[in-house]
Write a protein that binds this ligand. Structure first.
Ligand code: ASP
Length: 329
């Protein structure tokens, strides 16, 4: 009897040890984390996610993979994350389109922003108005006249309905009171390749992706969409669109990090801590500033502050979209 009791006790200890070992092994993250970018490789969201992945890797001690799921203005990749297991291993890096899609799309393949847990705002960047290198116009004023002469022959590239480039392009057309021919891509990475090659004419693109091409003389740049001029050498000579004559024109593109809703609180906390630490990474800050990106360093880095900010953006854009009456299917 005593023997049996001792054996049972030993089995109990072994089981307990097994549980402890499994728990220790299962401590998040014990395998690579994937950041889904809802746009094609080579664009601003992709670049931001790759820089962030490297900084997060240092903090989490795990490989952080970037996967591009482009298409439908970012809604395909967003839906992929909404439907992923809520375990912290599949996250979304998305921009302003995260807040505009729920008003813009008549039908979304996910429920909207409530399908997600908010992990913190990452950064903000202005856009630029750029054109193919052979565009004859030298200044914004000349470009404006060139467009007015025959708007139908101007191809405006963007990253799909709901993308930042498309929203900025819509605002541009409305300010110029014109209608251009839209050419959607799965991201502004491939769109930029075609712009440089002259297959499309103009594009609104975040400084993130435009600065290297402006510096290399591969595109023509006319203006920035910020309310203040940018001090970055590649952009310093450019007027703001508001200064150039489109009063009150202002577009700032922000990016945030999200997990599927129902992700356990300890995992969210670990990811938020890693994000906060990553955004203090001197390498990441240096690389971001060189591309005109401001890394967030305020209350929007907290999940509650991030959520509140996005809700404000959803409400702001809902009005703009309803007033435009332009919806996507
Ligand atoms: N910059 C793109 C946009 O216009 C998306 C991307 O490819 O990053 O939304």
């Amino acid at each position: 009897m005593e023997k049996i009791r001792r054996r049972l006790a030993l089995t109990g200890i072994a089981v307990a040890l097994g549980v402890v070992t499994t728990l220790a092994r299962a401590e998040f993250p014990d395998k690579p984390v994937t950041l889904i970018v809802p746009f094609a490789a080579g664009g601003p969201s992709d670049k931001i996610a790759r820089d962030l992945a490297e900084a997060l890797r240092k903090k989490l001690g795990q490989t952080v993979i970037v996967e591009n799921v482009g298409g439908a203005g970012g809604t395909l990749g967003t839906s992929r994350v909404a439907k992923a297991p809520p375990d912290g291993y599949t996250l979304l890096v998305h921009h302003i389109g995260f807040a505009t899609a729920p008003s813009l799309y008549r039908k979304l393949p996910y429920q909207g922003i409530n399908d997600f847990a908010f992990l913190g705002l990452i950064n903000e960047a202005p856009s630029t108005l750029i054109a193919k290198p052979t565009m004859p116009a030298k200044t914004f004023d000349e470009l404006r006249k060139y467009i007015a002469a025959d708007p139908t022959k101007i191809n405006l590239a963007h990253a799909g309905v709901g993308s930042a480039s498309q929203l900025c392009g819509l605002m541009l057309q409305s300010a110029l009171k014109t209608n251009l021919t839209s050419v959607p891509y799965k991201g502004t990475g491939p769109a930029m390749t075609d712009l440089m090659g002259g297959q499309v004419d103009i594009m609104c693109e975040q400084a993130t992706n435009a600065v290297p091409q402006i510096e290399g003389g591969k595109v023509k740049a006319y203006a920035v969409t910020s309310t203040q001029r940018m001090t970055l050498p590649a952009l310093a000579a450019l007027p703001t669109l508001s200064e150039a004559g489109l009063k009150d024109f202002s577009v700032t593109v922000w990016h945030g990090l999200y997990a599927p809703k129902d992700t356990p609180a300890p995992v969210l906390k670990k990811l938020n801590d890693a994000l906060k630490a990553a955004l203090k990474d001197p390498d990441l800050i240096k690389r971001s500033e060189a591309l005109g990106i401001s890394v967030v360093n305020d209350g929007r880095l907290e999940p509650a502050g991030h959520k509140h900010f996005v809700e404000t953006e959803v409400a702001r854009w809902k009005k703009v979209i309803e007033a435009s009456g332009q919806y996507a299917d």
